[in-house]
Ligand binder design. Structure first.
Ligand SMILES: *[C@@H]1O[C@H](CO)[C@@H](O)[C@H](O)[C@H]1NC(C)=O
Length: 279
């Protein structure tokens, strides 16, 4: 009750809540605006917002060929410069090459995004051109992000590099993340909103009531509580009600109450313990 008994305590609570709400809003809209959705589609933009928690992170994967001749490292970012290469959403680094060769697999200037209830597919197009494969078209990266409530961001895996065809080649990646999971049903959401509203109203009531009692009525001490007399009475009534409802035996009949407080009550357990001792 200490917190509520001073007006600054209530105010502090309200401030904390407000700051929290503002921060939540900022987090939700941050980071994904760099992506340029090719179709300018609103629904694709909306799918992208689900990936906001994954922005500003270099997400890396490695792949080796079976004989170990080739070894590549991939870096992926959601709507940000992967490995600091401007515009690149996914890059590939050749770890065997003498001088670090970086190939852009896809750019976030050419983004497509699709999603279902527990997955999001992100497509970055317009990467560097293939040298000879795939009619020398521009590279494309497809990242399949699936719901996994156990992890904020799992390992990025290289699923496949499809380039033995004449067109529409792609690099396919997969990633687990809780970011794309369906919201746990709105029961919880409504519950917490109601709770926040309730706490705010309580704070307003306490602060307003306190100021009114102090400044206008001129009350002192505990009397400064809004409706002090009412709450005291309310508390007593509640206690009586609880006493009436919860107590199984009448107070006067209960032997526990007839005993004096100094009388030892705990005799029986000791007697019972004696049976358990090995003789
Ligand atoms: C991503 O990696 C690059 C190069 O290694 C680095 O310069 C950059 O700061 C990293 N970005 C983040 C958000 O970690």
């Amino acid at each position: 009750m200490k917190v509520f008994s001073s007006p600054s305590g209530g105010l502090f609570l309200v401030w904390t809540l407000m700051i929290h709400l503002v921060l939540c809003g900022v987090y939700a809209s941050d980071g994904i605006e760099n992506c340029k959705v090719l179709s300018n589609s609103v629904s694709e933009q909306k799918v992208l917002t689900r990936l906001a928690p994954l922005t500003h992170k270099n997400i890396t994967a490695e792949s080796k060929s079976k004989n170990g001749d080739e070894s590549y490292k991939y870096v992926f970012q959601v709507c940000g410069d992967a490995g600091n290469v401007p515009g690149a959403g996914v890059i590939q680094m050749d770890m065997k090459a003498k001088e670090k060769k970086v190939t852009v697999i896809g750019t976030y200037y050419a983004t497509k995004a699709f999603g279902g209830s527990d997955w999001v597919m992100l497509i970055y197009k317009n990467g560097d051109k293939y040298d000879s494969h795939c009619s020398s078209e521009k590279r494309t990266a497809i990242i399949m992000i699936s719901c996994n409530r156990k992890t904020d961001m799992g390992e990025l895996e290289v699923v496949l590099e499809e380039r033995e065809r004449t067109n529409d080649c792609f690099y396919l990646f997969e990633l687990d993340s809780s970011a794309v999971c369906p919201a746990l049903e709105s029961k919880m959401g409504t519950g917490s909103i109601l709770l926040i509203i309730g706490v705010c109203l309580l704070a307003v009531y306490l602060i307003g009531g306190f100021l009114y009692q102090r400044l206008i009525v001129g009350a002192k001490g505990m009397e400064q509580f809004p409706n002090y007399a009412f709450w005291v009475e309310f508390g007593n009534l509640t206690a009586d009600g609880c006493d009436f409802v919860c107590r199984s035996r009448n107070r006067e009949d209960s032997p526990a109450y007839r005993r004096g407080p100094t009388e030892p009550v705990e005799e029986e357990p000791e007697e019972r313990d004696d049976h358990l001792l090995p003789m």
